[in-house]
Design a protein around this ligand. Sequence first.
Ligand code: 5AD
Ligand code: SF4
Length: 458
Amino acid sequence: MTDMSASRPAKRVFIKTYGCQMNVYDSERMHDVLRPIGYAPAESAEEADLVILNTCHIREKATEKVYSELGQLKLMKQERGGNLTIAVAGCVAQAEGAEIMRRQPAVDLVLGPQAYHKLPEMIARASRAVGDRLETEFETLEKFDALPKTREADGPAAFLSIQEGCDKFCTFCVVPYTRGAELSRPVDDIVLEARSLAAQGVREITLLGQNVNAYHGAAPALSNEADWTLGQLVRHIAKIGGVDRIRYTTSHPRDMDDDLIAAHGEVPEMMPFLHLPVQSGSDRILKAMNRGHTADAYREIIRKVRAARPDIAIASDFIVGFPGESDEDFEATMQLVRDVNFAIAYSFKYSARPGTPAADMALQVPEEVKDARLQALQALLRDQQEAFNRSKIGETVSVLVTGKGRNPGQAHGRSPWLQAVHFDGDAKMAGMIVDVRVVDASLNSLTGELVNVHEAAL
Ligand code: 5AD
Ligand code: SF4
């Protein structure tokens, strides 16, 4: 199907990624699909023959960025006499495929998140200017099956997608429409990919899914067991040689089952970090969001998780200014934040997304009220984040070294709690797990001194 002759001049592709970690993963997979047909990665659009924007549709701002970037690329294409292929991938492509083509005719290809395995075919078609330039069908399993099972690892930490899509239909969210229905990959496929990563020196794997703890993938082929849960999968992946650290993201409170919680206490490879979005602390708003749980139910889950793993860092997402949110509702969110105490959290102003139920709700909150609430919430969350980081001062923490640091003689890595750590070392240490004594901390990172290189765990 593809011409792999060595004489073909190397082409270069630049993929610009917006949005969530799922897109980061998908961009890596697009590189995997393009490499065999002669596309090497480029550092920038200027150096590339093919530019792919892997887009995000979650909030209006993210979507608008895509159109302004496309305007720039159009100029670049004109300057080169048309010698640039422009592709739009990801969730904006899925949601507004035809609209993109209409608004920006310089775009050659539009492909949704389920169509990445078709990239080579689409590029060939675009170069001959024949056939469809738009692929936004939902064929999730086909995508998982068609993508290469092995990966080219890039550094000691990697994402691994185990589940895509979402059936929860929170009333503010476009994901169920752009990523489609929930679908879990079979355990055997995931293990194959994890082994391939570990063989290339990957030591930390983050299992990815829009609703990752709703995972229910086919059990190993020879086992005759019912579908596995995330808890079972994590325990299994922990046994793969070389995999020292496991994380998963993003979760839903409704799927936080007891076995998964127990795994946080029982599996040493499971990192003490849980990203569990709550969105609001008001039961009335949670109901209008169709979240399917109360604020107290969330508090109870956190209590259980901390009982299983006392040092666990809790992360979350919040939306302020959801339609109908009163001062009292917002105060309930602030109270929940004070009660739980988050290590890190992401907070957003509600953004009405066309086609979602909340976009048509009465009592949309004025922009200036959203602004004020966001400021108050972020100030509180910042204080908690800084306090959490500072609580590590004086402790010796294990750090997975990911590369060189900001200054010469410095290395950079991440702690079990996903904090960035800078310490005295060099890039040659990348891939090692070392002990660092934390001497200082700020809002965004820890600074420490190297104590010990303990590769005995290898
Ligand atoms: N407006 C604002 N924030 C949103 N999110 C999802 N949809 C919207 C929206 N319409 C936030 C949620 C989610 C995170 C990925 O983005 O907090 O957890
Ligand atoms: Fe969106 Fe809710 Fe699904 Fe998360 S659980 S992807 S917020 S619909």
